[in-house]
Design a protein around this ligand. Sequence first.
Ligand SMILES: Nc1ncnc2c1ncn2[C@@H]1O[C@H](COP(=O)(O)OP(=O)(O)O)[C@@H](O)[C@H]1O
Ligand SMILES: [Mg+2]
Length: 328
Amino acid sequence: MALKDLLTNPEMHFVLFGGKGGVGKTSSAACSALWVAEHTSKTILIVSTDPAHSLGDSLGLALEPGVVTPVPGVERLSALEISPQKAFKEAQEKMGSNPAGLDMEGMQIPLLGDLGDLAGMSPPGADEAMAFGTVLEYLENSEYDLVIFDTAPTGHTLRLLSLPEILSSWIGKLISLRLKLGKLMGAFKGIFKRGKGKDDVDPMDSIQHLKDSIEAAKDELQDPAKTSFVIVMIPEDMAIYETERLLSALISYEIPAHHIIVNQIFPENVDCNFCKSRRDFQLKHLVEIEDLYKGEFDVVKVPLFEKEIRKYDQLRRMARYVVEGEGQ
Ligand SMILES: Nc1ncnc2c1ncn2[C@@H]1O[C@H](COP(=O)(O)OP(=O)(O)O)[C@@H](O)[C@H]1O
Ligand SMILES: [Mg+2]
């Protein structure tokens, strides 16, 4: 299925663009989002999860971190650069100082074993957890027909994608710990017969709810009808190695991926020895890439343009190759 078919498929809800730094993830994601807005009636949100945001620069507009902004002159397209710091502040304000409702004072000793266990499962970095929290919000938000993610370079994105697993087992641990604490409290209450009816609303319910939505997000991300990860690369050894690592991680997280964009291919008929020699070595790698992936993936080739890809006209030009399949 060509990228055009993927992007126009009414079922398709999340398309993520990922790969090595500088290969063209943002340009590919932005030109695809613009294309969908201008060629279909879908309502689209493009979200950058890269802490080094460049989505605003690519679209030629100023994006305030954490604020969904309509893309001027393009109907039904909005853009967002997520801000872990802002999300973190909001979460702190929302939850107060004791988010899990755990009252640990004087209770540690009988639970040391569990606490040790919990500590052994290192909690996710606040940065990635917050980024994931925002992603979760947009996975659940049905306001948009399509959400396109412009992701960070491979390592960061892989940590982000591993979070559903880590978080849900971490929260699971927290819940079982709280259940044990609850029993202990019950025992105390049984002895002293006090405090009845005080904690009818269990703050753990909201943690359970979080766990449920993380698991629902995991299901959505693994559903080939709804989600697709598009790998962006350039025809060079380093990018091939990184693509291999990315692919094996996607397979292990069971995230569907069927498209590879090979970007920045030197054009034919250039009157320059340096360019010819670059093109020759790129073509060798291109053969290798096609041998490796063509059976299983839709491999899309995109030329290196004489200008950087910025603003609508350049993005439209890139979309002809990325989305519509020109030059294939
Ligand atoms: N096919 C291309 N031709 C010319 N310039 C390109 C092409 N693809 C990307 N660029 C430029 O390369 C730089 C990196 O692209 P970008 O999309 O920001 O990569 P990433 O998001 O992977 O870091 C940008 O300046 C972009 O305009
Ligand atoms: Mg980028």
